[in-house]
Design a binder for this molecule. Structure first.
Ligand code: SF4
Length: 146
């Protein structure tokens, strides 16, 4: 069966930062994310994890690595915009083309209710959307002790 996004989906970031701020949430880090961000901050992995990360419940059980939030729930890297934009995590790069958001038209519409960029702007092809899904699948979160 064809996915509901077979004809593509429209999305253009409005730079509102709604996905980076104000609400609590997890920004999972892959091994590659951790490596690139640690280099960007000129830190070793251990120091980077201590300063910028926290361990949170993972989908598969256990704990996986996520960015910290500030006390107001802004992402630790948000300051008038993403301060690590060039090396932002795969979760951020592939938004909103995430497996859960693409699970049904209803899930897509629900995501649109919290993001003014969803549903308008650039038409992203099915290939592009599936490339985002593949990119995310290829870079799973880091699990503690695995
Ligand atoms: S890393 Fe950057 S793009 Fe990702 S949530 Fe934080 S501020 Fe937003």
């Amino acid at each position: 069966m064809e996915p509901f996004f077979a004809s593509g989906l429209r999305f253009s970031c409005k730079r509102c930062s709604a996905c980076c701020r104000h609400e609590s949430g997890f920004v999972f880090l892959s091994k590659r994310d951790l490596s690139l961000l640690a280099v960007e901050r000129q830190m070793g992995y251990t120091e980077f994890v201590k300063v910028y990360c926290r361990w949170v419940p993972g989908e598969r059980g256990g704990e996986c690595l996520s960015l910290k939030e500030k006390s107001n729930y802004d992402c630790i890297f948000w300051d008038q915009g993403c301060t690590v934009y060039e090396v932002r995590p795969v979760q951020c790069r592939t938004f909103p083309f995430w497996r859960n958001v693409l699970s049904s038209p209803t899930a897509w519409e629900l995501a649109a209710s919290g993001c003014p960029g969803i549903g308008g702007g650039i038409l992203h092809s099915r290939d592009r959307i599936e490339a985002c899904l593949a990119e995310r699948a290829a870079e799973p979160p880091v699990y503690r002790g695995i």
